[in-house]
Design a protein around this ligand. Structure first.
Ligand SMILES: Nc1ncnc2c1ncn2[C@@H]1O[C@H](COP(=O)(O)OS(=O)(=O)O)[C@@H](OP(=O)(O)O)[C@H]1O
Length: 198
């Protein structure tokens, strides 16, 4: 097993993985591309605080409302585009999609589906998780290698900067057709459009 988020968006990855092991099972965690972009930006900002604001980077021309789809934080969220390359090499039956949103509210439920996909017994269940109020996320009650509970590190679940709501709206609009295409390709509706109404 190996995990690297950037595989999903790396041009050569599907072909290379296929030529190495064509029966590889692929698991992809996806979340609302707008939140994903802000999360990505937050991560870069923590390493390079001098970068321009999210609002500046998101547009080629803000007055014209022209989104900069070449900015990697935004491009990565065009899931349909990336999935298309994987589907040239792997059947959908070998690809499992985890909802990033569901993973937070129901980690055991998402893990049950992952275990089923991998043909494993459902060993990881509800009893392995608890909600840590300080962290604001689910954590493991007792990992295999220790007796202490364990949450993900400080770089996971960071507070996002406040982004201009108008920019958020424009991004939702930008992603909508790509999201629809993605739902159609996967046969799963991730319901990211509901976030627009909040
Ligand atoms: N249990 C739990 N604890 C903490 N964080 C959780 C958890 N489940 C999902 N998430 C979400 O994971 C996001 C970080 O994952 P990344 O994709 O950035 O990780 S990585 O790229 O593989 O390093 C991170 O994104 P941010 O909130 O933007 O930091 C979280 O929303």
């Amino acid at each position: 097993m190996e995990k690297t988020p950037s595989y999903f968006v790396t041009n050569d990855a599907p072909k290379r993985i296929h030529s190495m092991a064509r029966d590889t099972k692929l698991i992809i965690v996806v979340r609302n591309p707008v939140t994903r972009a802000i999360s990505d930006y937050t991560q870069t900002l923590s390493k390079r605080p001098e970068i321009p604001t999210f609002e500046v980077l998101a547009f080629k021309n803000r007055t014209l409302g022209l989104i900069d789809a070449s900015w990697s934080a935004l491009r990565i969220g065009i899931y349909a585009l990336h999935l298309e390359s994987w589907m040239q090499y792997f059947p959908l039956s070998q690809i499992h999609f985890v909802s990033g949103e569901r993973l937070i509210v129901d980690p055991a439920g998402e893990m049950a589906k992952v275990q089923d996909f991998l043909g494993l017994k459902r060993i990881v269940t509800d009893k392995h998780f608890y909600f840590n109020k300080t962290k604001g996320f689910p954590c493991l009650k007792k990992p295999e290698d220790s007796s202490a509970p364990r949450c993900l590190g400080k770089s996971k679940g960071r507070t996002h900067p406040k982004i201009d709501p108008d920019v958020i709206r424009r991004l939702h609009k930008f992603y909508k057709p790509f999201n629809m295409m993605f739902y159609q390709m996967t046969g799963q509706n991730f319901q990211w459009e509901l976030d627009e109404k909040q």
